[in-house]
Design a protein around this ligand. Sequence first.
Ligand code: GAL
Length: 429
Amino acid sequence: MSKKNWYALLAILLIGAMALTACGGQEPATEVAPEGGKSEVEVFSWWTGGGEAAGLEAMIAIFNEKYPDIEFINATVAGGAGTNARAVLATRLQAGDAPDSWQGHAGQELIGTYVAADQIEPLNFLYEENGWLEVMPATLIPLISQNDNIYSVPVNIHRANVLWYNPKILDENGIAVPTTMDEWFAAMDALKAAGVETPLAMGEQWTAMHLLETVLLGSMDPAAYNGLWDGSTAWDGPEVKAAIENFERILTYTNSDATSLSWQDASQLVVEGDAAFNVMGDWAEGYFRELGKAPNADYGWAPVPGTGGTFQFLSDSFVMAKNAPHRDACIAWLTVAGSKEGQDAFNPVKGSIPARSDGDRNLYGEYLQSAMDDWASDVVVGSLTHGVVANDSWKTEIDTALGLYLGSGDIAAFQSALAAACATSGPCK
Ligand code: GAL
């Protein structure tokens, strides 16, 4: 080959190589540096069901608008309150297959599980960059922090102690919304006598734990309730005994097919006129809206009897995996999750109020506006079922005791099992 031809061949090869690189899967530069040529973020949650999926979709829409070059991988696993999802997540984390980001409750669930196992990255830099410390509630920060490290981005505040009711059923039977346990019992007795088959709708076991935590709160004052979680209220004492007795009575008003109903099934009984009451977190309101039901016509709300003036809260928050597979894209996701825009898109649909204090009140419906007011003025206590007050092992022990009790109806054995759970996994050691 002549020198001239040799150079020509070299030039052709070079141009070819450049063309191959350009077409070879490298995406154009995005706001977030792509890693390995593909930009994506995998976000794990349990929001697949009615009301919940729609809330997440609303936030994903904002994300897609802001980061069109990052693919959002919506890794959700069905099952209310994370019953199945958390087990799947644990298996993935153990196998070294962490999603970039996942849903975790502020409080013991976060600190006692993912922080304790060193599975997530501190996010102080995001708080500093975005000025989040000025807008996130001061009550929340300690629940997502350890040793001055902040570990998650809260997207909302949910209320657990809500009594949903069917206004027509109450009106037709001349029943006022109950505010005390005794009024509630009287109301449900009257409804039963009037032929209402299901005064109180309940679902699968986690919804029984949810009911139990609200009855514990409704049967003692908030300080005593808080004392359950720091060891200063005795689990084998009179307050818990009274609460379990109330719980036992309340269960007599529930549907017999509870174990086969999801939370959506149980809440729906109220808005369809098949049950008078349901105790559920305010994600139920997101679901009622999705069903096209109207506040104060198809459903009403009040604090669970005995809990007026107290806001039993939980907060969904998102973390970043340690060594997240797509760290930059994950930061983009968390930035949206913590933003005013992201939260104001998500929460009105999800049935929660924004974790941020600067949400646009006008975007929220009547129920959520009332929740905003209560959050600002009530005594705030934490939820058991949704990760605030007890770590996973303690909660699991309580759940086991509850399961046995629901089968046996033995309240003395239930109370001793609860006391034992505090002694082995809680602060009663
Ligand atoms: C809670 C979660 C809520 C809602 C609910 C029912 O644990 O915090 O956002 O999803 O479960 O699934």
